[in-house]
Write a protein that binds this ligand. Structure first.
Ligand code: SF4
Ligand code: SF4
Length: 90
């Protein structure tokens, strides 16, 4: 299991979630400047996420869901987050 960042994050990207993640699996961070400017949302690495749930309540736009709880209309973000890291790791 993992947590997922869905549509509400798009163009918000305030990074509150990054600050609370104990395993630093949410990217890009603000210090990853090039990627941060290029991407319109943040992503959670499904291979690194430990399912602690700390990120979910701090998101001001309720963009974060446990994988099993992602609303139907945003289910495609499960694949979007996973694919982003796959591409990033090469
Ligand atoms: S659930 Fe925990 S480990 Fe996973 S992204 Fe959120 S804060 Fe990080
Ligand atoms: S806290 Fe929510 S809106 Fe802010 S970057 Fe994280 S997922 Fe996006």
């Amino acid at each position: 299991m993992t947590y997922i960042i869905a549509e509400p994050c798009i163009d918000v990207k305030d990074t509150a979630c990054v600050d609370v993640c104990p395993v630093d699996c949410i990217h890009p961070t603000k210090s990853e400047t090039e990627e941060f400017e290029r991407e319109n949302k943040l992503y959670i690495d499904p291979e690194e996420c430990i399912d602690c749930g700390a990120c979910e309540p701090v998101c001001p736009v309720e963009a974060i869901f446990e994988e099993a709880a992602v609303p139907d209309k945003w289910k495609h973000f499960i694949q979007i987050d996973a694919n982003w890291f796959r591409g990033r790791k090469g």
